[in-house]
Ligand binder design. Structure first.
Ligand code: ADP
Ligand code: MG
Length: 340
């Protein structure tokens, strides 16, 4: 039995941002390693260094806040976060910030949009898989998975806006926002930029990409969608124009472990309680990086056909699937965004 656990890096997930400018733009980049267990890269073209530092300090503040709010392993002084809420499950309602209530409410919406395939109340199950991955030697026991699955009911999340509290009715349940916290944080940071007229920025939070407007030279940003075959000469499956501002990739090649020669990745189908093995990556291009994050996780838990059916009623959502044989499949209209 062999343990392989790749901690993802920006480059390994998706987005090589390609500048197509004429060379006269100043390119500023800032990288953080502290948030969401991944690499965060902020890029802007045509911004002075001082202004870039000021703006990215603000963005860092937003990422830091959501990182802390969504952290299920650590608590922080002066705030109640999801770790606190999970600890108090079945016991008491916890006073939390409006930002955390909004995040959890979005998670409940996500459940509806994805017919339960992205379920923030799956924490009891994802914890067993997380521990198994860390241990690296064995799968979670089937009976433990089935027992945990009894405690994943989204309706047991109680939000009280008036009191500003969050309560989990079932003491064995826990929330896990891993499927959408990064995309949500990117969206909030991008909204902040847009409110302040800051176009020409690209935020990449571990493969959750969100740009604001076009680049300073008036061209669309472009992004490379990583080839899941990391040994291939072809680094990208496609390079796409970000005419829509959010591109998020979920991949089975980033966090996984191997037992008896079979690999098990980190996205768990709530219906089978196991990861599926027919996809290598799913990339979602749309107008909102929180939605893109929600969908990239959900689409991993269904066949390509089921995924196409799910997004067929959604406007301006485009998907690229890479199947287990490395073949790319596209949703209708995706080709309009392909650069090469
Ligand atoms: P990544 O975080 O690697 O970008 P995803 O956005 O797909 O990938 O989120 C995967 C994370 O979400 C897992 O690590 C786990 O914490 C959590 N998770 C796994 N399966 C589900 C699911 N079906 N619904 C909600 N959360 C999930
Ligand atoms: Mg996701």
């Amino acid at each position: 039995m062999k343990k392989i656990l790749l901690i993802l890096t920006v480059v390994a997930v998706t987005a090589g941002l390609c500048s197509c400018g004429n060379g006269q733009d100043t390119k500023n980049t800032r990288v953080f390693y502290e948030y969401f267990d991944t690499v965060t890269e902020i890029t802007a073209l045509g911004e002075t260094e001082g202004e870039f530092t000021r703006v990215t300090d603000e963005i860092e503040g937003i990422f830091k806040e959501y990182h802390r709010l969504a952290d299920i392993y650590n608590e922080y002084s002066g705030m109640n976060n999801l770790c606190t809420v999970n600890k108090k499950a079945g016991k008491e309602a916890v006073k939390v910030s409006g930002a955390l209530l909004d995040l959890v409410e979005y998670g409940i919406t996500a459940y509806g949009i994805t017919k339960g395939k992205t379920n923030i109340a799956l924490g009891a199950v994802t914890r067993l898989w997380h521990d198994a991955r860390e241990g690296g030697a064995a799968l979670p026991a089937e009976n433990e998975l089935k027992e945990a699955a009894k405690h994943c009911n989204i309706e047991d999340i109680v939000i009280d806006r008036e009191k500003g509290t969050l309560f989990l009715r079932d003491e064995k349940m826990s929330l896990d926002m891993g499927a959408l916290a990064k995309g949500y944080a990117c969206e909030k940071a991008a909204e902040h930029l847009e409110e302040n007229g800051k176009t020409g920025y690209a935020l990449n939070l571990g493969g959750n990409l969100r740009v604001t407007g076009k680049k300073a030279d008036g061209e669309f940003w472009t992004a490379g969608i990583q080839n899941p075959d990391l040994l291939s000469d072809q680094a990208y499956i496609n390079v796409v124009y970000l005419k829509l501002p959010a591109l998020v990739t979920s991949g089975s090649y980033m966090r996984y472990f191997t037992v008896d020669g079979k690999t098990y990745h980190h996205i768990i189908d709530p219906d089978t309680l196991y990861p599926r093995d027919d996809l290598k990556s799913v990339s979602v291009l749309c107008g909102n990086s929180a939605l893109a994050d929600v969908l990239s996780t959900a689409l991993f838990n269904m066949s390509i056909e089921e995924g196409k059916a799910l997004i067929s009623s959604m406007e301006n959502v485009y998907v690229l699937w890479v199947d287990k044989d490395g073949k790319a499949h596209y949703s209708e209209g995706f080709e309009e965004y392909i650069k090469e």
